[in-house]
Write a protein that binds this ligand. Structure first.
Ligand SMILES: Cc1cc2nc3c(=O)[nH]c(=O)nc-3n(C[C@H](O)[C@H](O)[C@H](O)COP(=O)(O)OP(=O)(O)OC[C@H]3O[C@@H](n4cnc5c(N)ncnc54)[C@H](O)[C@@H]3O)c2cc1C
Length: 395
C-alpha cells in the first residue's frame, strides 16, 4: 500500500496516476516553505508556484495552454484531493483558477478565452466566480444584480458577496439579471426568474468595481463582497447567449462540485493519516491508543467513510469524462457525502488527539476549520439532498 494506492482502480487512467504522483511529490517539496501569515500574499504565491509547476494546466483546455483538449473531471479531482491532503490554501488557490474560468472555457468568446485562459493557466492572473448575493445564496434565482444592454456595451450594477479571491482576483465570472435596451428582463414577460440571468467575464480593474468589504472566515481565504456601480463592460464579455447564464452556472457547478468532494476527501485522508499515526504513538494504560478496540472500531469506520465518499466522487468524475453524460445527480451525491463524511472523520481524528486536537496550529485543528465551509458553498448539503431527491423521484 502506498499513499496513492486508492487510485489503482479502473475509474482512472495512468495519466491520472502519474499526475497524482508528480503533484504529491511537488507538494512535499514546495508547500512547506509557503508563509501563510498573510493570506492574500500566500494565495498569490501559491498561484504563481502552481502555475510555474505546470499544475494549473488542468484548469483550462489545451487550446489555451491547458494539459488536455477539454476540462477533465478526474484530473481536477486528483489535483484537489492531492493538494487538500497537503495544504487547504493550496487546494483553494488551484480550485479557484478552475471555477473562476469554468464558464469562460464553456462559453466565452474567442477573444475573452484568449485573453484570460492562458494567463490563468500560467498563474499570472487570478480568477473568481461571482454568483452569490446578500439576498441570493441557495436561492440563486432571487439575484438582483443587473446588467443592461446599452448598445455598444453592457452596464453592470449591484452586489455580490462571499466571493472567493475577491480582493486579489484579476478577472471575475459574474452572473447578473440581463435587461434589454428598454430595461425589461430578457426572456420576456412572465418567463422564469432564471431565464434572464447571463454570465460575463469582468476584469477587476473595470471602473466602478469596488471591493465593498473583506470577509474573514474560520479557515482564512481571500473573500470579499463586491459592488458594481455603473460598470461599463465590453459586448464580447458576455458568456454564451443572453439568458443562458443560469444553465451555464449550473453546468460549471456540475463539474466543480465533484472537485469539492475531492477536496473534502483530501482533508479526510489527511485526518485519517494523522489519527493512525497518533493512535500508534500515544501510550496510555500500558498500551497504545491503537491497541484499544474502541480505537480500532473508530478507525474502521473512518476508513470506510473515506472509501465510500471516494467511490462516489470518482464515479461522478468518470461518468462525466468517459460516458459524457450530465452528472448533476452524481456530483450532488458525491459533494454531499464526501463533505459530510469528511466532517465526521476529522471530528473523530480530533477527538483521538485529546487536548492536542484543539491546540491552535495542530493539523487536526486546522482541518476541523478547513472542512466546515465545504458543507455550505457550491450548494449546501440540504440543496444537494434536494437535487438528488428530486432527480430520483423524477426518474
Ligand atoms: C468560504 C465561502 C466561500 C464562498 N465562495 C463563493 C464564491 O467564490 N462565489 C460565490 O458565488 N459564492 C461563494 N460562496 C457562497 C456560497 O455559495 C453560499 O454561502 C451558499 O450558496 C449558501 O448561501 P447563503 O450563505 O446565502 O445561505 P442561505 O441560502 O441563506 O442558506 C442557509 C442555510 O439554509 C439551509 N438551506 C438552504 N436551502 C434549503 C432548503 N431548500 N431547505 C432547507 N434548508 C435549506 C442550508 O443549511 C443553508 O446553509 C462562498 C461561501 C463561503 C462560506
Amino acid at each position: 500500500m502506498t499513499r496513492l494506492t486508492h487510485l489503482d482502480i479502473p475509474f482512472f487512467d495512468d495519466l491520472h496516476r502519474e499526475q497524482a504522483a508528480a503533484l504529491d511529490a511537488w507538494c512535499a517539496e514546495h508547500l512547506q516553505h509557503v508563509d501563510h501569515t498573510d493570506t492574500d500574499a500566500a494565495c498569490r504565491r501559491l498561484v504563481t508556484m502552481l502555475g510555474e509547476g505546470g499544475h494549473l494546466r488542468w484548469c483550462v483546455p489545451a487550446a489555451h495552454g491547458g494539459a488536455l483538449p477539454a476540462l477533465d473531471s478526474r484530473a481536477l479531482v486528483v489535483a484537489r484531493e492531492t493538494l487538500a491532503r497537503h495544504d487547504g490554501l493550496a487546494d483553494f488557490a488551484f480550485a479557484m483558477q478552475g471555477l473562476g474560468t469554468g464558464a469562460i472555457t464553456l462559453a466565452g468568446s474567442p477573444q475573452v478565452q484568449a485573453e484570460v485562459l492562458p494567463r490563468v493557466a500560467r498563474g499570472e492572473w487570478i480568477s473568481a466566480f461571482a454568483l452569490s448575493e446578500p439576498q441570493a445564496g441557495s436561492d440563486v434565482a432571487a439575484m438582483s444584480c443587473t446588467v443592461r444592454d446599452e448598445g455598444d456595451h453592457w452596464v453592470l450594477n449591484g452586489e455580490k458577496t462571499w466571493i472567493s479571491n475577491g480582493g486579489i482576483a484579476d478577472v471575475f465570472t459574474v452572473f447578473a439579471r440581463t435587461l434589454n435596451g428598454e430595461g425589461q428582463p430578457v426572456g420576456g414577460p412572465g418567463s422564469k426568474p432564471t431565464a434572464s440571468i447571463s454570465g460575463f467575464a469582468v476584469r477587476a480593474d473595470t471602473p466602478g468595481l469596488e471591493i465593498a468589504e473583506r470577509i474573514q472566515v474560520i479557515a482564512p481565504h481571500p473573500l470579499a463582497r463586491l459592488r458594481f456601480v455603473n460598470c461599463l463592460i465590453p459586448k464580447d464579455s458576455l458568456l454564451g447567449a443572453p439568458g443562458e447564464g443560469f444553465k451555464l452556472a449550473m453546468r460549471t457547478l456540475d463539474i466543480f462540485r465533484a472537485s469539492v468532494a475531492a477536496a473534502a476527501l483530501g482533508f479526510a485522508r489527511r485526518a485519517l493519516d494523522e489519527a493512525i499515526a497518533h493512535a500508534k504513538a500515544r501510550h496510555m494504560f500500558g498500551q497504545t491508543l491503537a491497541d484499544f478496540q474502541l480505537t480500532q472500531a473508530a478507525i474502521g469506520e473512518m476508513a470506510s467513510a473515506v472509501d465510500a465518499a471516494s467511490l462516489l466522487t470518482y464515479r461522478a468524475a468518470w461518468l462525466r469524462d468517459v460516458k459524457a453524460v450530465r452528472t448533476t445527480r452524481e456530483a450532488a451525491m458525491a459533494k454531499m457525502t464526501a463533505t459530510e463524511n469528511a466532517q465526521r472523520v476529522i471530528d473523530r481524528a480530533l477527538q483521538m488527539h485529546g487536548g492536542l486536537g484543539v491546540k491552535v496550529g495542530s493539523t487536526v485543528e486546522s482541518l476541523y476549520r478547513e472542512i466546515r465551509a465545504l458543507r455550505i458553498y457550491e450548494g449546501a448539503t440540504e440543496v444537494q439532498q434536494l437535487i438528488v431527491g428530486r432527480d430520483v423521484l423524477g426518474a
